[in-house]
Design a protein around this ligand. Structure first.
Ligand code: LAG
Ligand code: CA
Length: 482
């Protein structure tokens, strides 16, 4: 369950938060496929409660009312079409699976597909689930529980959401049926929402009942779904992520916290020389690595001081480091802009999501940030693909916040987070030639639209990243030779 089954030569996934299925299909064909993206985490595809009381917040999608594939992102037919079209251009789909709970109550009881529920009776006819399918006696998780009481964290309600009993044979089978339905439609794997709130033994039973990936979508026979379990473990809690790594991959929240700290200037970049398990991170193969996610970019989830698109210069620096460094399976966040932390995606007065507009400079409009379309970010996705399985070599630092390293003989990257210029003759490990920096610009025919770096026969080149430049890094690779 730890292999994403990316098409060959691809290595990075992006969370297209709240995107519609038709828009994702188009984005696979016009951008993600051609630019070398490996996959997409999509918002939950199953029917959720419609919550007008909070003006259709983003978090209504974490309140399941049935497993029918019908949401503001689209219906089952649109879903199937998206998966088909994305797989056809080498881009995999990973589903955010909400299997810990069903919706709580919000003075409304109708879902995005018209299903209803009777919360007082724990009744969800759209599945169907009833009283016997939930943990009993009913209780609600309090913040103390995380320190002491794993059974309460797993058997009580997470913020009042009705807590399913995954120990029940009937419940397991409903969940497995839902996930197998998605696999049959061609998805490559799942994010397991709130995994900490479910027993590892129950999850193992569920995972082992999943069918192999669909060979009609280009997966090899016998391929198991990629599973990354959302477990927030920054230390100090009764439940540890090591209970989940024997099952499948786990979201590594320390990764974004530590890199945010460093790129915000609160820890020196030179210490990143031993980035990885030496920093208390999970083993590389176990880790889904990311800077921000849909929760902590707006102060939900683990919170903390996480970099987001709102601080673009250090954010792009942290993302570039994540993509240049071989650790983990990287995931990018692609956001809609927001001021209010509850606000849902751009929508019309009926609640329909408004599609992103695509501008001529590749950026998005209509309220969509589309970090995955920022040149500095998609260029580093390509860099990681070119670097392949190489390790890190020829690390250099100035004993402060200027660092540089090579990826085998394939790529070279330098960062400057000091208040003075980086101006050095450095080993790039690349064959002699002229290369375009893919951060300040890109290769355009035989020319560079940004900086040009001339590598000599000894592999060395003079590297300049000014302290006041628009971006804090420079990157060249064998594919950017001009
Ligand atoms: C997750 N991971 O474990 C998601 O990443 C996270 O976004 C989900 O919470 C959570 N688990 C449940 O799937 C989000 C919001 C919550 C919201 C919840 C359900 O962060 O704030 O709770 O989705 O919509 C909301 C209200 C609560 C209320 C609850 C129950 O904010 O005040 O008690 O709904 O109705
Ligand atoms: Ca639970």
């Amino acid at each position: 369950y730890k292999d994403p089954h990316y098409a060959s030569g691809r290595s990075t996934m992006v969370h297209l938060f709240e995107w519609k299925w038709d828009d994702i299909a188009a984005e696979c064909e016009r951008f993600l496929g051609p630019r070398g993206y490996g996959g997409i985490q999509i918002s939950p595809p199953n029917e959720n409660l419609v919550i007008w009381a909070h003006n259709r917040p983003w978090w209504e999608r974490y309140q399941p009312i049935s497993y029918r594939l019908i949401t503001r992102s689209g219906n089952e037919q649109q879903f199937a079409n998206m998966v088909r079209r994305c797989n056809n251009v080498g881009v995999r789909i990973y589903v955010d699976a909400i299997i810990n709970h069903m919706t709580g109550t919000w003075g409304a009881n109708v879902g995005t597909g018209g299903s209803t529920a009777n919360f007082g009776e724990w009744s969800y006819p759209g599945v169907p689930y009833g009283r016997n399918d939930f943990n009993w006696p009913q209780c609600v998780i309090s913040s103390n529980d995380y320190g002491c009481c794993p059974d309460r964290v797993r058997n009580c309600e997470l913020s009042g959401l009705k807590d399913l009993n995954q120990g029940s044979e009937y419940v397991r089978q409903q969940i497995v049926n839902y996930m197998n339905h998605l696999i049959s439609l061609g998805v490559a794997g799942f994010r397991i929402d709130a995994a900490k709130h479910m027993w590892p033994g129950d999850l193992r039973v569920i995972y082992d009942r999943l069918q192999n990936l669909n060979t009609n979508h280009g997966f090899p026979s016998g391929a198991r779904p990629y599973i990354f379990q959302e477990v927030i473990d920054l230390g100090g809690e009764a439940i540890r992520r090591e209970e989940y790594t024997p099952l499948a991959a786990v979201t590594e929240f320390k990764f974004g916290l530590e890199l945010s700290r460093a790129f915000q200037g609160n820890n020196q970049l030179r210490w990143l020389v031993n980035w990885g398990p030496n920093w208390g991170l999970l083993a590389s193969n176990d880790a889904l690595a990311f800077i921000d996610n849909h929760d902590n970019q707006r102060g939900h989830g683990a919170g903390g001081n996480i970099l987001t698109h709102k601080q673009p210069k250090p954010y792009k620096g942290a993302i570039a480091f994540m993509l240049a460094h071989p650790y983990g399976k990287p995931q990018l966040m692609s956001s809609f802009s927001f001021h209010n932390t509850e606000a849902g995606p751009p929508m019309d007065s009926s609640g329909n999501i408004i599609s992103p507009a695509i501008n001529s400079d590749n950026s998005c409009g209509n309220g969509w940030v589309c970090e995955h379309r920022w040149r500095q970010i998609y260029s580093m996705v390509a860099f990681r693909n070119v670097a392949g399985n190489t390790g890190i070599n020829d690390w250099w630092d100035n004993a402060s916040n200027q660092i540089a390293f090579c990826r085998g003989g394939q790529g070279f990257v330098a960062f400057n987070n000091d208040h003075w210029d980086l101006n050095q003759n450095l080993q790039t490990c690349l064959p002699a030639g002229r290369y375009c920096d893919v951060i300040s610009g890109q290769k355009n025919g035989n020319n560079c639209t940004g900086k040009t770096v001339t590598v000599g026969n000894d592999g060395r080149a003079s590297i300049y990243v000014g302290a006041n430049e628009y971006d804090m890094m420079l990157a060249i690779h064998v594919g950017s030779e001009s």
